[in-house]
Design a protein around this ligand. Structure first.
Ligand SMILES: [Zn+2]
Length: 368
């Protein structure tokens, strides 16, 4: 089993390429061997005039989506792309100029972003070196200005850091105002909630998506049933939670996080694969971009998802829940975000690591 991407040869600007004899993941199973056409930036239908790539026995996945990353520069995009992560949903990057420089880079991982996150003045996020001053939200009036500023900057959704009561995050009236302002602007609001106290506040405040999952003891049954009945979505970032538990010298605390994911899954809550990939100084744990998504898929399978469900958690589900209707599946007209594998990840999820080639928007990735 390879753990790093192989040399990826033949990179070029989008033309017309046909992958011949490939078995395609259709969201549930692998197809019989067939031909997939990459026509410019999208999946095409007609192989006439295409450059043929022999891919008998290989497996083709839609490009993987990591639903929780942080961006640090062009290197981040390179790393994600090398590991088949063709879309990254950034959950806090600043300043806006850095973000703008990483949007829409041809041939590399495509991003969406929350921009600057909303945080309280006294929690751990306020102590992250270099944290944007604009991130601190003090009261409900401030909350409305914060959300308006993110919308003006072109944020794709709003990220709100929720802490347990007394731990320095925004108070409940401010949280309520943040989520309400996001919804009034037609934006999805993603809550960071890594502890039990924070999870309850995030549910009450109206979070659409809750990211992270508490350690130490499982979520309450009432919280699980609220997540399901109220149509919430979870991005548990098991890779990050495992790292946090280990960094505290309490690796056993991770079992509860996995149990919570199992319970959310049984209740029918949509689970999205996200890693919290970051190389930020001053955070509890640094998660490697790209490689970590393959570990997250393994942890989701450990928590009880089938291999097909884990693959959907990193393809069609994040596309649906973040409104990315041009990706997440291999169908004519969709973006040609593709990962060609030697192994079969439906048989063994670890086979997502057997990457032969990657295309981002129809351009084959080749290492710089
Ligand atoms: Zn994060």
């Amino acid at each position: 089993m390879t753990t790093s991407p192989r040399a990826l040869c033949g990179g070029s600007a989008p033309g017309k390429t046909a992958l011949d004899g490939v078995r395609v993941f259709d969201g549930r199973q692998l197809s019989e061997p067939r031909t997939v056409v990459i026509d410019g930036g999208v999946i095409g239908t007609d192989a006439a005039g295409a450059q043929l790539i022999e891919a008998s026995g290989a497996v083709l996945l839609p490009g993987l989506i990591d639903a929780h990353i942080h961006l640090h520069g062009r290197d981040t995009l390179e790393q994600l792309c090398a590991y088949g992560v063709t879309t990254g949903l950034d959950m806090a990057t600043w300043p806006p100029q850095l973000l703008a420089s990483l949007r829409g880079v041809p041939g590399l991982t495509d991003i969406r972003s929350a921009g600057t996150p909303a945080i309280g003045s006294g929690g751990p996020h306020a102590k992250i070196p270099g944290m944007a001053e604009a991130a601190i939200v003090l009261d409900p009036e401030h909350a409305r200005r914060f959300v308006a500023a993110r919308v003006a900057e072109g944020a794709d959704y709003i990220k709100i850091v929720v802490e347990a009561p007394g731990e320095g995050g925004p108070d409940q009236p401010t949280l309520d105002a943040l989520f309400a302002a996001a919804h009034a602007q037609g934006m999805k609001a993603v809550a960071h909630a890594a502890s039990h106290g924070a999870y309850a506040l995030a549910l009450d405040a109206g979070a659409d998506v809750i990211t992270h999952i508490p350690l130490g003891r499982p979520l309450e049954a009432t919280e699980v049933s609220r997540m399901a009945s109220e149509g919430r979505v979870t991005v548990p970032t098991l890779t990050m939670m495992e790292g946090v538990a280990a960094s505290r010298g309490a690796a056993d605390d991770f079992a509860a996080a996995s149990q919570s994911v199992a319970a959310l899954h049984r209740a029918g809550v949509p689970i999205l694969a996200g890693t919290d990939a970051n190389s930020q100084p001053g955070v509890p744990f640094q998660v490697k971009h790209g490689e970590s998504l393959h570990h997250e898929l393994e942890l989701l399978v450990d928590a009880g998802l089938s291999t097909a469900e884990a693959l959907r958690a990193a393809t069609s589900l994040p596309a649906r829940h973040f409104g990315l209707m041009d990706r997440g599946a291999i169908e004519p007209g969709l973006r040609a975000d593709l990962v060609l594998l030697d192994g079969d990840p439906l048989a063994d999820i670890r086979a997502t690591r057997t990457i032969r080639r990657v295309w981002c928007g129809g351009t084959e990735y080749t290492p710089a």
